[in-house]
Design a protein around this ligand. Structure first.
Ligand SMILES: Nc1nc2c(ncn2[C@@H]2O[C@H](COP(=O)(O)OP(=O)(O)OP(=O)(O)O)[C@@H](O)[C@H]2O)c(=O)[nH]1
Ligand SMILES: [Mg+2]
Length: 448
């Protein structure tokens, strides 16, 4: 396939930055990227080489490490070149530009794993498990996912598929061997028992997914309030950097901005949102709608106000009151002693920020401690919303099948089971589907 390139690490300043290239027959095309101290050396697969790396003009821009994996023994099943360089984003971009000039194209999110899937290196279900392992918001969640990812036993969907096929096999016996004596044929009662136990299992997996869904999204906090109250300034303060644009013009933030703070208990996801106000600007309006959606999904909400931007309490969005905390910002300009406010801070002078941060940490600790059930079970987990929807669909159909037993002919019952089998095979990736990339891999990270 055509060569693709992407950084496997983020483009930020850090000790090491990794670039990956995958495609067919990579060495002849991409050898201008690097050179060895001893000339004429041809890298062998699975060996580590110290190399100098060149940009388009032929100038050495870094020295680093080269790893070469030859198809099919690689992550993607194709040839893979991995360059470990110094983690300077400008240098990484420069080397990437060189790779692009040599014929690579920037990889789309999840495209490396997608290729691994196409070359039978990883199943669709394992790819989803791997994606979730990378995204896990706490160590416990990571650990649970790692056990699932590395398990050699079948996961929930595989297991249910096998039982589904088993059920179909029983019906085939009934149809094909009608000449057998009564005693030898499976009884409707036995079939019903099998259906019931399969239904129970599907429900069990659905329930455990529903229970864990919130935890998997992580502990999240939305900053909400009128325009100009200092939400973005507070967001930046809490994150410790300047991600969101701050300005004195009300309506600066038009879209939702997400930031992640990694604490020892688990991640805190912060959402900075567009200020709530009446607007005729369609872009801002869309941002405001997103803000209100964030309120619904957030574990808790900070309502940020200040002397120059207050909000009438009746304008507060609906939602569980217990998750709202009122924050008075710009206390350096004017303080507010009202007991209605849980926190009084100044994003500018940092007054009260440490206290607010400690509160967040405490809430995150309790979120992850309560939502995690200590459980060393090696039971597989449902790793994606997609898998959950498949289970829901199977449950509906199986209930229908159950009602049909004893009422409809065996042919019709079998037909109903058969109709869902193809869907399940598609789901586990047995039948390759042109939509697989869009539905599964697109949501993964670039460089994966
Ligand atoms: N004095 C003072 N000014 C602040 C403080 N926090 C923010 N500001 C100023 O208030 C103005 C608005 O800040 P932003 O952080 O952009 O406010 P916002 O709520 O994100 O505004 P929108 O995105 O427009 O809704 C900027 O000029 C900030 O510098 C503070 O604690 N004290
Ligand atoms: Mg803002």
């Amino acid at each position: 396939m055509d060569p693709i390139v992407a950084p496997a690490t983020r483009l930020i300043n850090q000790p090491v930055g990794i670039l990956r290239i995958s495609g067919s027959d990579l060495l002849p095309r991409f050898s201008p990227l690097f050179h060895f101290s001893s000339s004429g050396l041809i890298p062998e697969p699975r060996r580590v080489y110290r190399v100098r790396v060149r940009d388009q003009s032929g100038e050495t821009v870094d020295d680093g490490i080269l790893l070469y994996f030859r198809s099919p023994s690689s992550l993607t099943g194709e040839d893979v070149l991995e360059l470990q360089l110094h983690g300077n984003p400008h240098c990484l971009r420069r080397v990437m530009d060189h790779a692009i000039e040599l014929g690579a194209r920037p990889a789309r999110p999840g495209e490396f794993l997608y290729r691994a899937y196409l070359h039978h290196k990883i199943s669709l279900l394992k790819a989803e498990s791997l994606n979730r392992l990378i995204q896990a918001p706490s160590f416990q969640d990571y650990r649970r996912q790692f056990l699932d990812y590395s398990a050699t036993t079948p996961g929930p969907i595989d297991e249910i598929r096998a039982d589904w096929v088993d059920l179909m096999a029983q019906l085939y016996v009934l149809l094909d061997h009608a000449d057998l004596g009564e005693a030898e044929l499976p009884k409707p009662g036995v079939l019903l028992e099998k259906i019931d136990s399969l239904l129970l299992r599907i429900e069990h997996y659905r329930e455990s997914y529903k229970k864990n869904r919130m935890r998997w999204k992580g502990f999240s906090v939305a900053l909400l309030g009128p325009p100009n109250s200092g939400k973005s300034s507070l967001f930046n303060r809490l994150l410790g950097n300047d991600r969101a644009i701050v300005s004195e013009i009300p309506g600066t933030t038009r879209d939702m901005i997400e930031g992640r703070i990694s604490t020892e208990y688990g991640d805190i996801l912060l959402f900075d949102s567009a200020g709530l106000r009446e607007t005729t600007d369609p872009v801002e309006e869309k941002g405001i709608r997103k803000s209100l959606e964030a309120v619904r999904l957030a574990s808790l909400v900070f309502l940020v106000e200040s002397a120059d931007s207050t909000m009438e309490s009746r304008a507060f969005p609906d939602g569980s009151v217990s998750k709202f905390y009122r924050v008075w910002n710009k206390s350096d300009l004017m303080d507010n002693e009202s007991p209605d406010f849980h926190f009084r801070v100044s994003a500018r002078t940092r007054k009260g920020i440490a206290q607010l941060y400690r509160f967040l940490e405490e809430q995150a600790r309790s979120f992850y401690a309560h939502s995690y059930e200590p459980d060393d079970s090696t039971e597989g987990v449902v790793s994606s919303e997609r898998q959950y929807r498949i289970l829901s669909r199977l449950s509906t159909h199986l209930k229908k099948v159950r009602r049909m037993v004893g009422v409809s002919s065996w042919e019709i019952v079998l037909h109903e089971l058969e109709s869902q089998k193809a869907m399940m095979e598609d789901a586990v990736g047995i039948v390759s589907h042109h939509m697989v990339y869009d539905r599964v891999f697109q949501g993964f990270c670039i460089g994966k």
